[in-house]
Design a protein around this ligand. Structure first.
Ligand code: FES
Ligand SMILES: [Fe+2]
Length: 350
């Protein structure tokens, strides 16, 4: 079960073009493309005629023509061609989804379009677009439930074990983090003074001494984990050798056991250094590949043994626990609203 009245990242903006892109998002099959003018379009990947996937069709101008019997739909879902029929019944239309293109990502609203709320977009993703920042983004597929990915990012003590060749150092496991609730967000702050710099930090910023490392995580329900990262030589916060970046994580559920993991890593130092960008991309890709392998192995276990059957909890489990409660509350709100709507409909019919 997935929250529907929220935004999910559906694609990197660069992924969408004049070729049909089929993607399952929170259990819903979706087909996406751009109009000739470049506007992004998303439709349910299911032809209303005989339910063939529309992604097997083709684009004719701005319309999507089903590959089975040639019925065509305009970007707003209206049927514009019904071969062999003169009259097109007005109800013959394909379901479309609101999209919002921002900060290099395409966001989709799968729920009730009347409830669309742009203030629910995680604003921290704006650093991908902000002057003075160098953007970087990509996407990986992970065969694990998206909440396992949220857990992973909200407990970064794992960096000290899984990512010692890139972003891990021992301080990240040994320094207790402070978890707080701030409205609809969970925040986790970890300050690590005078610690050994992780290998990737040395390569990126050229540290030759210990560093003061700062890590602030912010979780926004249901699937966003935003990480602010700063590192400077110990005791010298204004030293020109410093590392400032954000790790923007959008964990879009695909199915109950798979996730499309979109990430951004805007940085605020050596912005024009393309060799650094390439090196960082390789380092981050390696890091997330390490996560992917662990998460997929964990997923294979949790389908046999539910995660909440465990009896051991650590302090670092606090934030993932809060995040899961927030998702459960969102799901319960949507279930209540759906039950009320059904009740109202049956009262009206009676
Ligand atoms: S199933 Fe699409 S036109 Fe028939
Ligand atoms: Fe990780």
């Amino acid at each position: 079960m997935f929250v529907k009245n929220c935004w999910y990242v559906a694609a990197l903006a660069a992924e969408l073009g004049r070729t049909l892109l089929a993607r399952t998002i929170a259990g819903d099959p979706v087909v996406m493309y751009r109009t000739e003018a470049g506007l992004a379009v998303a439709m349910l990947d299911r032809c209303p005629h005989r339910l063939a996937p529309l992604s097997l069709g083709k684009l004719v101008g701005d319309s999507l023509e089903c590959g089975y019997h040639g019925v065509s739909f305009a970007p707003d879902g209206r049927c514009v061609r019904l071969p062999g029929e003169e009259r097109i019944p007005p109800q013959f239309c394909s379901k479309t989804f609101p999209l919002e293109e921002r900060w290099g990502f395409v966001w989709i609203w799968l729920g009730d379009p009347a409830l669309r709320d742009d203030s629910m977009l995680p604003q921290d993703f704006r650093f991908q677009d902000e002057p003075g920042w160098c953007p970087m983004s990509d996407h990986i597929h992970v065969s694990a439930h998206y909440e396992l990915l949220v857990d992973n990012l909200l407990d970064l003590s794992h960096e000290a074990f899984l990512h010692m060749n890139t972003i891990g150092n021992t301080a990240v496991a040994e320094t207790p983090a402070r978890t707080t609730l701030d409205g609809d967000r969970v925040e986790v702050l970890r300050e690590m003074p005078d610690c050994t710099p992780p290998k990737l930090f040395v390569k990126a910023a050229g540290f030759d001494s210990n560093i003061d490392r700062y890590q602030r995580l912010s979780y926004k329900s249901p699937c966003y984990v935003i990480i602010e990262v700063r590192a400077t030589p110990t005791g010298r916060p204004d030293d020109p050798t410093r590392l400032i970046w954000w790790v923007l994580n959008a964990l879009t559920p695909e199915t109950e056991s798979t996730t499309n993991y979109f990430w951004g890593l805007p940085r605020q130092f050596r912005q024009d250094d393309t060799a650094l960008t390439d090196m960082l991309r390789a380092g981050i890709t390696r890091t997330f590949e390490e996560d992917r392998q662990m998460l997929e192995a964990q997923q294979r276990v949790v389908v046999q043994v539910p995660l909440d059957s465990r009896t051991v909890y650590t302090r670092a489990d606090q934030a993932p626990g809060r995040a899961r409660s927030m998702v459960a509350a969102m799901l319960a709100r949507e279930a209540r609203a759906a039950a009320q709507a059904t009740e109202k409909r049956s009262d009206e019919a009676a």
